[in-house]
Design a protein around this ligand. Sequence first.
Ligand code: CAA
Length: 258
Amino acid sequence: MTDFQTIVVTRTGRTATITLNRPQALNALNSEMMIEVLAAAEELDRDPRIGAIVLTGSDRAFAAGADIKEMAQQTFAQAYGGDLFGAWERLARVRTPVIGAVAGYALGGGCELAMLCDLLIAADNAKFGQPEITLGVIPGMGGSQRLTRAIGKAKAMDLVLTGRQIGADEAERSGLVSRVVPLEDLLSTAREIAERIASMSLPIAMLAKDAVNAAFETTLAEGIRLERRSFHAAFATDDQKEGMAAFIEKRPAEFTGS
Ligand code: CAA
């Protein structure tokens, strides 16, 4: 994989980890980091040997937001003309499951990047927030939409209008993260989850991710239709035959991704 300046990418078996690595700026998301995260995620997504991706930062910061120093002087014409932060949406189109492992600050674009992941686990020191209003802007990487869908209007308004941060427990209570673990267990837990997902059938995991994501995009009736069609399509795979045969024969399934 390409030599990166702002991230570190490691592979272990069928999983990969992308680690944000600008410690001097608390992993603030500058354009170089955006280009690198997207390039790495899309390359891993094209690799059928990779069944799950972990996205993480440091113990102190997942990411403290978009790089304020880089964007401070932008004009409207530059922000609009360059579609500032628009490219991050490419991460939502990655089909391989992405597990966000958040320790420390996940603020502004950092919180929005976390919410671009499919499944979020948090260390007990994690802090989430959308402080953009304190800078005279609003969330610009999907926060007003994804946070509201994740935790509801009441909490989303609270965070977006006041800029206050919430800790890991409140984030879990609110439905933003699926699990909270001690800081020292964060990466091992995220990797265990990634390995478990990667041990399943990759095309089936993609169908499952797609179906859950459809709940955010469409009506209930349309979503149910999509789910049922995808469920039916699963019967066209060898992995469905293997999964059900393994159950009946009381042995572990060996999925091949076909
Ligand atoms: N952009 C650029 N640099 C940042 C940064 C950011 N978002 N967050 C932190 N840094 C830099 C600081 O400037 C500082 O650099 P120097 O040592 O060169 O001064 C270094 O990281 C360490 O930060 P602090 O000294 O501030 O550390 P702290 O522990 O005192 O505070 C913090 C931590 C509360 C996270 C604080 O750094 C902070 O409030 N950061 C900004 C958070 C923020 O507002 N994020 C939203 C950005 S806007 C956005 O994301 C828009 C969008 O929707 C996409």
